[in-house]
Design a protein around this ligand. Structure first.
Ligand code: PHE
Ligand code: FE
Length: 296
């Protein structure tokens, strides 16, 4: 039988509404997925593989293929873990949904990536307000096979444990970094700007919008700029930050953030869609036709 995800707490934050779930890891109830749930996976998988040709970076597309994910059935965590363990020594653990920050950080710091076991309903193909199996598996897991990115996510987890002890402001600065890189990051490649962020690759609408719309800003990666930039979780992004390579991300985030957090404490935050004086502007957004809803 299918168990219902158990939400334990709801948080209304300045970023929007955030449900928080039970903290335990769970077995993936694979035998309980219904034909309709496998069908949701199949539809989304086919659709996104096609949309992402020429839009997602090669690291994403190639690593996703190495897992042998197919549209036929929802993948088994067990099978993916064989590839992931052998590749970068990460593993997937099943969870009910979003976790409290400290628990999430602890998983990442130990090279465990929490994946929501349940998948969205057929009427939610285009929009869902929280991460589900499709977002987590299709979106996040492929990049964990890239050695540099795999180390970056672990370092983020360790940084999270530290930021959590430092307080709410440090935590907010760090969370923005995750948002604008792991979730909504773009990368410059010889072929042009490409997607690596998980929140984008799991959304058909945003995969096209982030690269082809004139509406959002596309700005060169800058650590402190990102740490000061607000974001919304229930709309397409108004600003994307573009890295020049994954090593840049690693190098920029290597130093101890403690003095950076301290410095940022007295500085005002930047609104999500703003352009600042020192920005390396790749595209200045028109802000027109700005889309009110985005996929998870
Ligand atoms: N260097 C960061 C710190 O001292 C840790 C970190 C690394 C955070 C990579 C994010 C990404 O907190
Ligand atoms: Fe995510």
């Amino acid at each position: 039988m299918n168990t219902t995800p158990r939400r334990v707490e709801h948080q209304q934050t300045d970023r929007g509404y955030i449900p928080v779930y039970t903290t335990a890891t769970v077995e993936q109830p694979w035998a309980d997925y219904t034909p309709s749930e496998h069908e949701v996976w199949a539809t989304l998988f086919r659709r996104q593989r096609e949309v992402l040709q020429g839009r997602a970076c090669n690291e994403f597309l190639e690593n996703q293929q190495r897992f042998g994910m197919t549209p036929d059935t929802i993948p088994k965590f067990q099978d993916l873990n064989k590839v992931l363990k052998a590749g970068t020594d990460w593993e997937i653990v099943g969870v009910e949904g979003l976790l409290p920050d400290e628990i999430f950080f602890d998983h990442l710091a130990n090279r465990r990536f929490p994946v929501t076991w349940w998948i969205r309903k057929p009427e939610q193909l285009d929009y869902l307000s929280e991460p589900d199996l499709f977002h987590d598996l299709f979106g996040h897991v492929p990049m964990l096979l890239n050695p540099v990115f795999a180390d970056y996510v672990q370092a983020y987890g360790r940084g999270g444990v530290k930021a959590h002890k430092l307080g709410a402001d440090a935590l907010m600065n760090l969370t923005r970094l995750y948002w604008y890189t792991v979730e909504f990051g773009l990368i410059n490649t010889p072929e042009g700007v490409r997607i690596y962020g998980s929140g984008i690759v799991s959304s058909k609408g945003e995969s096209i919008y982030c690269l082809e719309s004139d509406s959002p800003n596309r700005i060169g990666f800058d650590l402190e700029r990102i740490m000061r930039t607000q974001y919304k979780i229930d709309t397409y992004q108004q600003t994307y930050f573009v890295i020049d390579g994954f090593q840049q991300l690693m190098d920029a985030t290597l130093p101890d953030f403690t003095p950076i957090y301290a410095r940022l404490e007295d500085q005002p935050a930047f609104p999500a869609g703003s352009v600042q004086q020192d920005d390396r502007v790749i595209h200045r957004g028109t802000g027109e036709g700005w889309v009110k809803t985005g996929d998870a």
